[in-house]
Design a protein around this ligand. Structure first.
Ligand SMILES: [Zn+2]
Length: 112
């Protein structure tokens, strides 16, 4: 689907498979103010949480968590700074080159 901006909207799925793992994706309000993160991933709970108040930064924060999970599954040994660098580069590639915009309309809030 192409929006007014010419961007192709791709829905963020509620479930993501990376390596041998299945993760749920959900919005958690006040994650930033309560935990200090705009997004987080938890392997034990198989959960990716994103603070919906992140505005324009939520895509990059989400991709950052995806890179962490790729790192975990494929043992890349990335540190935090390199995780952010790769996430930002990937976001740039998706937005500027593939014209892909993430659509969060299927992602639900705090109730698991
Ligand atoms: Zn991180």
């Amino acid at each position: 689907m192409t929006g007014e901006t010419g961007m192709i909207k791709i829905k963020v799925p509620r479930g993501i498979k990376i390596g041998a793992f299945d993760y749920k994706v959900k919005f958690t309000n006040f994650l930033k103010s309560d935990e200090g993160w705009r997004a987080s991933c938890n392997q034990r709970r198989a959960l990716i949480e994103v603070d919906p108040a992140g505005g324009d930064t939520i895509n990059r924060s989400f991709l950052h968590e995806i890179i962490h999970l790729i790192d975990f599954s494929y043992e890349c040994n990335l540190d935090e700074a390199n995780t952010s660098r790769i996430a930002n580069g990937l976001a740039e590639f998706l937005e500027r080159n593939l014209n892909i915009e993430l659509d969060w309309s299927d992602i639900h809030g705090n109730t698991e």
